[in-house]
Design a protein around this ligand. Structure first.
Ligand code: MN
Length: 293
């Protein structure tokens, strides 16, 4: 393995319902890993019934929201009329394209939450596509070096995830029920990020704590990974995105004028985003775009 690793510390943020998250992307150290442009880790948390996640109607553009559920159940609703509960071991993929709105809330009576939510930037050639929502209840699973792997997105070591993406990328969840040591075959054209979600990991001899993301530049063909018993870690990667995108609030887009228009359209209740029905609470208003204040 050559090249320089970058350690990306998480910063603490809060999402709907006062749920604390460890946010690792975007970061001043790193904006994207492949097309992965946002990484939040929530939990593992316990809360009283009636508390938990509660994110009111809000819009997205130019991205896919990718939700990987580890514990608890969350209800997704969107302006296309989809209503989908996501459970442990499942992925929800919402492709915003030119625009969509959605809500997310812990289901009634739920007291647990452990999830990773990532965004995948859409390249210009499909960024204006019609919005869609896909639920993936079953993903490829296998064992490797004593660890259990779930292929969340892309292709990895001869397997293929069904999750619909638009650029070359990969996501793999690793869980070590006992001490595990693995040598992974990497795509030298990809850059990668590895983060322990619970426990800790050693990557090419470097120790990583929970919520500490290690960036690995392109060029490596293998990766040595040690996962102590109980560790869960996330590997993401992809071909360097190579397009200049702006990420602001819940919008991703090519250029600030695009983002400013999306902000105006949401504030004007434009049909571009539609309405989410069934959520008991107000929509989330967009702040003013900072470069037009
Ligand atoms: Mn959202």
């Amino acid at each position: 393995m050559t090249g320089t690793f970058t350690r990306i510390p998480a910063r603490t943020a809060e999402i709907g319902g006062g749920v604390p998250v460890a946010r690792m992307l975007p970061s001043r150290h790193r904006r994207t890993i492949g097309a992965w442009c946002f990484l939040d880790h929530a939990g593992p948390a316990r809360f009283a019934a009636g508390q938990g996640l509660r994110v009111g109607p809000h819009p997205h553009t130019g991205l896919q929201t990718f939700t990987w559920m580890l514990e608890g159940e969350v209800l997704h609703r969107d302006s296309l009329g989809n209503e989908q509960v996501i459970r442990a071991g499942q992925v929800n993929l919402m492709t915003a394209g030119r625009g969509i709105a959605h809500t997310e809330e812990s289901v009634a009576g739920e007291t647990r939450l452990h999830t990773a939510q990532l965004w995948i930037a859409l390249p210009a050639r499909v960024a204006g596509m019609a919005p869609r929502f896909d639920h993936y209840p079953d993903l490829p699973r296998w064992s490797e070096g004593g660890a259990e792997a779930v292929l969340l997105a892309g292709a990895f070591m001869g397997r293929q995830s069904p999750v619909l993406v638009h650029t070359p990328l990969v996501g793999v969840d690793w869980h070590a029920p006992r001490d595990a040591a693995l040598t992974l075959a990497l795509d030298p054209a990809f850059e990668y990020g590895l983060v322990p979600l619970t426990g800790r990991a050693t990557v090419q001899g470097q120790a990583l704590a929970a919520d500490e993301l290690l960036y690995l530049p392109p060029g490596a063909g293998t990766l040595r990974l040690e996962l102590p018993a109980g560790t869960r870690a996330l590997l993401i990667g992809g071909a360097p995105f190579g397009e200049d995108i702006t990420i602001w609030w819940n919008f991703v887009g090519h250029g600030k004028p695009y983002i400013a228009q999306a902000q105006r359209d949401w504030q004007a209740h434009s049909e571009r985003f539609g309405e989410v029905h069934g959520f008991d609470g107000p929509r989330i208003e967009a702040p003013p775009v900072p470069w037009e204040r």
